[in-house]
Design a protein around this ligand. Structure first.
Ligand code: 1CP
Length: 343
């Protein structure tokens, strides 16, 4: 039996206090992150410099003793490895060259031709597998095909994913081929992360909430199911966390349908609702509103206790409902950790 609390929760164990980590825990709210990022020069150089990417992954572990560390990388490195240009506009976010036709999908690199570009990421994994404290669980990750495709089709982030919906609804063959290509490449990418030392994988489907009805089944559930099944066939017992963000009712049964061990929940649903409807199928991760990490105080303490109490009768990993923001106060994370660990 492992001592790692996060792995125990993922196996379904109910613990006296939940293991905890935060999405985007290595990030701009930490002065030490900003310093290392300045040393790297820019965000992508940070991702592709193994010593520095490992360093920023370790920083929040040293400062707070989180139960899990997540590989420092980005979901958009995979489309770059598939051949698209990727850059970040200061203050605006990611930009990339686009894929909007079957010819564009056919021009992408094959699933086995991504590893040269991604080799530094695998090296970061190997460093972290050596250097993380023995009680810390090491999480690898990838974006889910729908979410990654929204960026590949629009060439940038968007609020409503309109360009991706348009391709889905006007050129189904090209859209489906793109989803399949990203699905296949994601399986190879995550397999290499696991071979390099990741113990859990998390599948980020940040824009799953905009897929409705049958589209949700076809483009959020199905890819998660294929990726999970193939990874578990290659790595028996590998725990998988799925995050179909803002899925709402779609969270119900998601673990059963996909084979994921844990469903991560955003904060648009209440912890009580998630405990009643999702935790009955297994471990859940979530779901404190990230804004408390900015505002802090007694409201943070009470909201944290409410999340812990709601999930206390089943397997639970404490996290935010989405990433911690650059405006968060590092002291509030200390208060969060004290509140959770006091029980
Ligand atoms: O330092 C900086 O200025 C860059 C900010 C940043 C960071 C810290 C970006 C740009 N990516 C990351 C790291 C990152 N991204 C991690 C590392 C591990 C950790 O959590 O600590 C992870 C898991 C991601 C995943 C990611 N990237 C997602 C899925 C999760 C989510 O937040 O919904 C998405 C959608 C991205 C794309 C992306 N990368 C960066 C930005 C600003 C964005 C979002 C763009 C948009 O709003 O559309």
């Amino acid at each position: 039996m492992t001592d790692k609390t996060m792995l125990r929760a993922l196996k379904g164990e109910v613990l006296p206090t939940p293991p905890v980590w935060l999405m985007r825990q290595a990030g701009r709210y930490l002065p030490e992150y900003r310093a290392t990022r300045a040393q790297a020069g820019d965000f992508l150089s940070l991702c592709y410099t193994p010593d520095l990417a490992a360093e920023v992954t370790l920083q929040p572990i040293r400062r707070y003793g989180f139960d899990a560390a997540i590989l420092f990388a980005d979901i958009l490195l995979l489309p770059q490895a598939l051949g698209l240009d990727l850059w970040f506009e200061t203050g605006e976010g990611p930009r990339m060259s686009t894929v909007t036709s079957m010819a564009g999908v056919k021009a992408l690199k094959g699933k086995d031709d991504i590893h040269d570009k991604l080799a530094p990421v695998y090296e970061t994994c190997r460093i972290l597998a050596r250097e993380l404290p023995k009680e810390t669980t090491f999480i690898g990750f990838a974006g889910m095909p729908w979410t990654v495709a929204t960026y590949m089709i629009a060439g940038r982030g968007s609020k409503d994913q309109a360009a991706a919906h348009k391709l889905k609804d006007t050129d189904r063959a090209a859209f489906s081929a793109l989803i399949d290509a990203v699905t296949d490449a994601t399986i190879e990418y995550l397999s290499k992360q696991v071979e390099a030392g990741c113990e859990v994988v998390k599948l980020f489907d940040s824009w799953a909430g905009s897929l409705k009805g049958q589209d949700f089944e076809d483009f959020a559930v199905e890819p998660a199911k294929r990726i999970t099944a193939e990874l578990k066939a290659r790595f028996p017992g590998l725990p998988v966390i799925a995050f179909p963000r803002e899925a709402g009712e779609g969270y119900i049964g998601f673990a059963k349908k996909t084979g994921a061990d844990c469903v991560a929940i955003d904060n648009s649903v209440s912890p009580e609702w998630a405990a009643a409807n999702v935790q009955k199928d297994g471990c859940v991760q979530g779901n404190l509103d990230p804004s408390y990490m900015v505002t802090g105080g007694q409201a943070l303490v009470e909201a944290t206790q409410k999340v812990v109490a709601a999930f206390k009768n089943g397997p639970h990993i404490f996290n935010l409902g989405h990433g911690i923001t650059p405006e968060a106060d590092p002291e509030n994370v200390t208060l969060l950790m004290e509140t959770i660990r006091k029980g």
